[in-house]
Design a protein around this ligand. Structure first.
Ligand code: ADP
Ligand code: F6P
Length: 323
């Protein structure tokens, strides 16, 4: 039995497929350890507004296969203000919440860090389709999102080939290029445009499209990261310069939905259970991560100070394969 009697769980920031599996694991692991569990609805907004529900084993029945988050999520700008953070900690105390699991991205972890400093034992679980949390090689929802995007791009490729067109497909990822790089490789793209230091040359792309057409290529797929954006105007310029019909498709929020993959269900379950183990051990200000084949945890301050880029080996291989 744990020292901590009552914990709560919330989801924050953009939703991600697998968040329900993590919530389910938090609830059921905590119950198995004799703790009471509460669900905080709509992220930090729900904490400030005291939208708090009691959860039992059946609260999370039939949710492991569902996309989205049963606890709802929100972005709560007020929570950046220390006054609201104090209010959040007071609400936790009022409801007897001694430990809190925050499922979300880096922004959500900053909120968790503040609550921890205010005396609420808090653990972060990485949930974002963007894979942009530096301390971990896995984030909940990335696997589902890349599979969803890959299938969508396969379909666009069919019609692109039939019409002998060029297609620019914009994928999500905020300022990170992980989704673009994975899909670019998986979909056999002719070009992958990544944000950050990965500069690209539109003139070189245009020349390559013309050369490829001469070689008899029937389509030209460009996977463009959201961090670069401007796919529609880029398509217009490419069409004008090459004379080849060019269409832009922004995949958008469909990448965030859908039933989670097996990997997202299992890894999210492992991370949710791990977070409760940390709380039961009296830990706080930690974030659960997956590194070198193992589930581990880091201090949130250290985790937030880390940086990461797309996998360099994958990037180099993609350069050889894009033709
Ligand atoms: P993600 O968690 O996916 O990175 P956001 O960056 O939108 O998403 O952050 C989610 C929420 O986390 C914000 O709406 C806010 O409530 C909280 N948050 C973000 N930054 C901070 C901060 N510096 N201090 C406290 N809370 C924060
Ligand atoms: O962080 C997840 C994400 O889907 C990003 O890829 C994207 O930039 C952002 O959230 C979109 O946010 P919103 O749903 O608020 O439009």
């Amino acid at each position: 039995m744990s020292e901590i009697k009552t914990i709560a769980v919330l989801t924050s920031g953009g939703d991600a497929p697998g968040m329900n599996a993590a919530t389910r694991a938090v609830v059921r692991t905590a119950l198995a350890k004799g703790m009471k569990v509460k669900g905080i609805l709509k992220g930090y907004n729900g904490l400030l507004n005291e939208e708090i529900i009691d959860m039992d084993a059946s609260s999370v029945s039939d949710t492991i296969d569902r996309g989205g988050t049963l606890l709802y999520t929100a972005r709560c700008l007020e929570f950046i203000d220390p006054e609201y953070q104090k209010k959040g900690a007071e609400v936790c105390r009022k409801h007897g919440i001694e430990g809190l699991v925050v499922i979300g991205g880096d922004g959500s972890f900053k909120g968790a860090q503040k609550l921890s400093a205010l005396g609420i034992n808090t653990i972060g679980v990485p949930g974002t389709i963007d894979l942009d949390i530096a301390c971990t090689e896995y984030t909940i929802g990335f696997d589902t999102a890349i599979n969803t995007a890959m299938q969508a791009i396969d379909k666009i490729r069919d019609t692109s080939t039939s019409h002998e067109r060029c297609s620019i497909i914009e994928v999500m990822g905020r300022n990170a290029g992980h989704i673009a790089l994975w899909c670019g490789i998986a979909n056999g793209a002719e070009d992958i445009l990544l944000p950050g230091k990965y500069d690209f040359n539109e003139e070189a792309i245009i020349n390559k499209i013309i050369e490829n057409k001469k070689r008899g290529k029937k389509h030209y797929i460009i996977v463009n990261a959201e961090g670069i954006g401007h796919s529609t105007s880029m398509a217009k310029r490419i069409e004008e310069a090459t004379g080849i019909e060019t269409r832009a498709t922004i995949l958008g929020h469909m990448q965030r939905g859908g039933s989670p993959t097996c990997k997202d269900r299992v890894y999210a379950s492992m991370m949710g259970a791990y977070a409760v183990d940390l709380l039961a051990d009296g830990k706080s200000n930690r974030v659960v991560a997956y590194t070198n084949g193992k589930f581990v945890d880091y201090d949130i301050d250290e985790a937030l100070a880390m940086t990461k880029d797309v996998d360099q080996e994958m990037y180099e291989v993609s350069k050889l394969l894009c033709r």
